[in-house]
Ligand binder design. Structure first.
Ligand code: UDP
Ligand code: MG
Length: 323
């Protein structure tokens, strides 16, 4: 074991954690058990995303056990994307792995990921969910819908994709150079186009607790993901508008014709349907515009993506980019 960590370790592991007090110690034991066998220079950064349970205290307790362990705590819950970003800014490794802290991303995959990277075959090793057995049918359906939509709108294939990834330093530096505030890690790494090798894994059950995502958070993530990768919804609305104008014009012709032929105007029901349809199409269009506007608004405000409350062990040479 190396008690002094070199300035640039071979591997950095970033672990976002939100209310994971119960399973954290077991997860770290698993992780360090594997790390000891596959690399001799590594660091682990647990990013506590404003947990409301004892996650931070547990982490503090684990520090003495593992000299390569670091903790970074947000002032409040900023979301997993922010936690990943904080980790990416903090670590120095030549390869960087992002993985969940609940044990669902098995550390046993790390040696294989490292081998693929060391052999030069991959700049990104993307762990792919081979099954979604641990998800509920609703979560599976949502994932399917979301991935299908993303594929049609952006061309990015995210089926089976997870945030469990190894990135070469070059990929990390590329991602960090992006000026955008709103981020969707999974999509961004696929977007970069660096040589990617997929690696299938079975999603393990959680060590403890339950998934921390609320439906509202997932919906927000989906809207963010779509609006930051594609302007297609806007052009769809535009085409819908064109189609509506054409339909209205044809209806006008028909109305003028029936006025001349003195045939009583019939079909109020269909008229109502048409009015309703285009009324809601308008609202939908405004909603979509709103989503893009909100995105622009958030970007131009230029606020930091997160605020760091505390770093452990207290930093001697680490840099903070957020303040
Ligand atoms: N997580 C986080 N911030 C949040 C929600 C979740 O950092 O606001 C972390 C969580 O601790 C876990 C990972 O993100 O390590 C995945 O979360 P979860 O297990 O709840 O999601 P799922 O496995 O269902 O995708
Ligand atoms: Mg999980």
């Amino acid at each position: 074991m190396n008690s002094t960590i070199p300035a640039t370790p071979e591997l950095s592991v970033i672990v976002p954690a939100f209310n994971e007090a119960e399973g954290l110690a077991a997860f770290l034991a698993q992780l360090f058990g594997v790390l000891a066998t596959c690399s001799d220079s590594y660091e682990v950064w647990v990013v506590d995303d404003g947990s409301r349970d004892a996650t931070w205290e547990r982490l503090r307790g684990e520090l003495a056990r593992y000299p390569q362990l670091h903790g970074l705590r947000f002032t409040r819950n900023f979301g997993k994307e922010a936690a990943i970003l904080a980790g990416l800014r903090q670590v120095r490794g030549r390869a960087v792995v992002v993985m969940d802290s609940d044990g669902q991303h098995p550390p046993s995959l790390l040696p294989q990921m490292l081998d693929l990277w060391r052999s030069g075959k991959a700049q990104i090793v993307a762990a792919q969910k081979a099954n979604r057995d641990t998800d509920s049918w609703l979560a599976r359906l949502n994932a399917r819908l979301f991935n299908g939509l993303m594929h049609t709108l952006t061309g990015l294939d995210l089926e089976g994709a997870s945030d469990f990834r190894l990135l070469d330093r070059r990929v990390v530096d590329t991602l960090l150079a992006f000026p955008e505030k709103i981020r969707f890690f999974r999509g961004m790494t696929v977007w970069t186009g660096f040589t990617t090798v997929p690696l299938a894994f079975d999603v393990a059950p959680r060590i403890a607790g339950s998934s921390q995502w609320s439906t509202a958070q997932l919906m927000r993530l989906a809207v963010t993901a779509i609006t930051s990768y594609s302007a297609k919804p806007l052009s769809i609305v535009f085409r819908l508008g064109l189609f509506g104008m054409l339909a209205a014009f044809l209806l006008l012709l028909q109305a003028v014709y029936s006025w001349f032929t003195h045939v009583a105007v019939s079909g109020w029901t269909s008229m109502t349907v048409v009015v309703l349809f285009f009324g809601s199409a308008n609202l939908l269009g405004i909603g979509i515009l709103g989503a893009y506007l909100a995105q622009i608004f958030d970007e131009i405000k230029g606020r930091p993506e997160f605020l760091v409350g505390e770093i452990l062990p207290a930093p001697a040479i680490t840099t903070q980019h957020d303040i």
